[in-house]
Design a protein. Structure first.
Length: 94
């Protein structure tokens, strides 16, 4: 079955019918006419750019800049008094 690209309640390729399958998910669209429309290409481009922005944000937040704070947070979240390694500051218990 051919799945069309749904844009604002209409099919991107211009086909009409009540029994046509449509989706907003870009990976599910199989209609070649829908895939060649400007609306589909723009949506694909926006999806790709959003994924790139997200990957850049992940790289900056989990980079080498903040590793020390993440490590101390991880050590303080561990249960019990005898946790090794003990981190950067000296602890009174071992």
């Amino acid at each position: 079955m051919v799945i069309h690209f749904n844009v604002d309640g209409h099919l991107a390729c211009g086909h009409k019918g009540k029994s046509l399958a449509a989706s907003r998910e870009l990976n599910r669209v199989k209609c070649r006419s829908c895939r060649n429309t400007d609306a589909y290409k723009q949506a694909r481009k926006d999806q790709r750019n959003a994924a790139r922005r997200l990957s850049r944000q992940k790289k900056t937040t989990t980079g080498a800049i903040n590793w020390r704070a993440e490590w101390t947070d991880r050590l303080t979240a561990m249960p019990g008094l005898q946790r090794l390694p003990r981190g950067f500051a000296g602890q009174t218990f071992v």
